[in-house]
Design a protein around this ligand. Structure first.
Ligand SMILES: Cc1ncc(COP(=O)(O)O)c(C=O)c1O
Length: 424
């Protein structure tokens, strides 16, 4: 998108009106939530769905009484909604559970059972550790590893993946977007290379999901994992996998559970009220997409087209925020890790990692906290990335991570705080 179109899209995006749908933002008064990569706020619709579940049908599914039937209906609806959100071929490709990390481990455990000659796994030095350590642990089951290293620009380049692949490649595990640097992966090109070598592609969509449309068919990936609490839903996770692959996976399940997705992936009881909240979060995106398209929302069943309009609207609005954030950090003399303003914002999300020369990361976040701005310092659960950047893992760097309810005036407050800190 050219800068002019991006700025028109930004101007049209109803960020202020959307903020009013988030009670936590209203309650927090002047606080700027700029730590969204660690968890976002939830809209009223999500709160209502969680409450309604607990008040009206907080029972086990699978019974013949009306409350239990309502739980089954809610789970079916949530699965359909999430399936539409990621563009699954069928809802059974979606499984619900605790969080992304436990799903990555579940798939790694299952894949680890069947490693033969094809035992090479590609991991990256930019990923959240949840998508690295969970694969490295397969060494004891005979896996070997190839490292796909990011380049100096903070991006993974597919040309660097090509030489790592061979007839021994079992899987490539990488993130759709870096939770520290905000850089976005070329998903389809990665899938094409991986498949040409006969391997499978596992995508971590946790950081990417609140910022842009997910399309597992267009990405042509094989597995994709996501967390609810990053996409304006409660704490929970979901996994999408190609049906045929999930059907073949060797997962733990009790004997009486059929060996078919999604049941074979969902051991035990998951947190139903949070799944109800997840469904409502997708309805929130559906309502946003309908509003941006000038239509009235069919809240009960968000359409794929409207979800795409919502996520494209968020993407273009956030590109404006990214640009302003990068510019203000440059004005304050920050050292930015990853893509800078001059490279534009098409390849990045509004997540920026930086340090102020001569100021410890913790001092920056403390000063921001005194100004009622929530940002984070540390390693961002990406210790290998910190080492690559030449940073001490203990102290790391400072991250500002924005969501679509953040605004340009909030960024001005950050600029003032950082400028004061530089002067002091
Ligand atoms: C990119 C990425 N992957 C994985 C995770 C882990 O997600 P979860 O907390 O749902 O296990 C996170 C959490 O911050 C993340 O940002």
């Amino acid at each position: 998108m050219n800068p002019e179109t991006a700025s028109r899209a930004s101007a049209a995006f109803p960020a202020q009106a959307l903020r009013e749908q988030f009670p936590a933002l209203l309650r927090a008064g002047s606080c700027c939530f700029f730590d969204n990569a660690a968890g976002a706020q939830v809209p009223q619709m999500v709160l209502d769905a969680v409450n309604q579940h607990l008040l009206e049908h907080n029972v086990q599914r699978g019974g013949r009484y009306r409350q239990s039937i309502a739980v089954d209906d809610m789970i079916r609806r949530a699965r359909e909604h999430v399936g539409t959100f990621v563009n699954a071929r069928r809802p059974e490709e979606v499984a619900f559970g605790m969080n992304a990390t436990s799903f990555i481990r579940l798939i790694s455990l299952a894949i680890g059972q069947g490693l033969g000659r094809r035992n090479e796994i590609v991991v990256t030095d930019l990923d959240h550790e949840a998508n690295v350590a969970t694969w490295l642990v397969l060494e004891r089951l005979g896996a070997t590893f190839r490292w796909w290293r990011m380049r100096e620009d903070g991006c993974l380049h597919t040309e660097d993946l090509r030489p790592l692949l061979s007839e021994r490649t079992r899987l490539v595990a990488c993130t759709l977007a870096s939770n520290a640097l905000g850089s976005v992966l070329a998903a389809r090109a990665t899938a094409d290379l991986t498949h040409a070598a006969g391997g499978e592609l596992f995508l971590d969509a946790v950081h990417y999901a609140p910022h842009a449309p997910i399309d597992v068919q267009a990405f042509d990936c094989d597995y994709l994992v996501c967390s609810g609490y990053k996409i304006f839903a409660p704490h929970m996770g979901f996994l999408w996998g190609r049906y045929e692959l999930l059907a073949q996976l060797d997962t733990f399940r009790e004997d009486f559970i059929p060996d078919a997705p999604p049941g074979k992936i969902e051991a035990g009881t998951f947190i139903y009220e949070n799944v109800a909240g997840m469904a409502a979060a997708i309805e929130y995106f559906g309502a946003l997409g309908a509003a941006l398209s000038g239509r009235s929302a069919d809240g009960a069943r968000p359409r794929r087209a409207e979800l795409c309009v919502a996520m494209e609207g968020i993407r273009s609005y956030e590109q404006g925020l990214s640009l302003r954030l990068l510019e203000l950090l440059e004005e304050c003399g920050a050292e930015i890790y990853g893509l800078r303003a001059a490279r534009g914002t098409a390849q990045r999300l509004p997540t920026v990692l930086f340090n102020l020369p001569g100021v410890a990361p913790a001092r920056v976040t403390e000063a921001a906290a005194r100004a009622d701005i929530g940002i984070r310092d540390g390693h961002m659960y990406a210790p290998r990335l910190m080492k690559r950047l030449g940073l001490a893992v203990d102290s790391g760097a400072v991250r500002v991570s924005l969501a679509h309810y953040n605004t340009a005036p909030e960024l001005e407050r950050l600029r003032t705080t950082l400028a004061q800190l530089r002067r002091s």
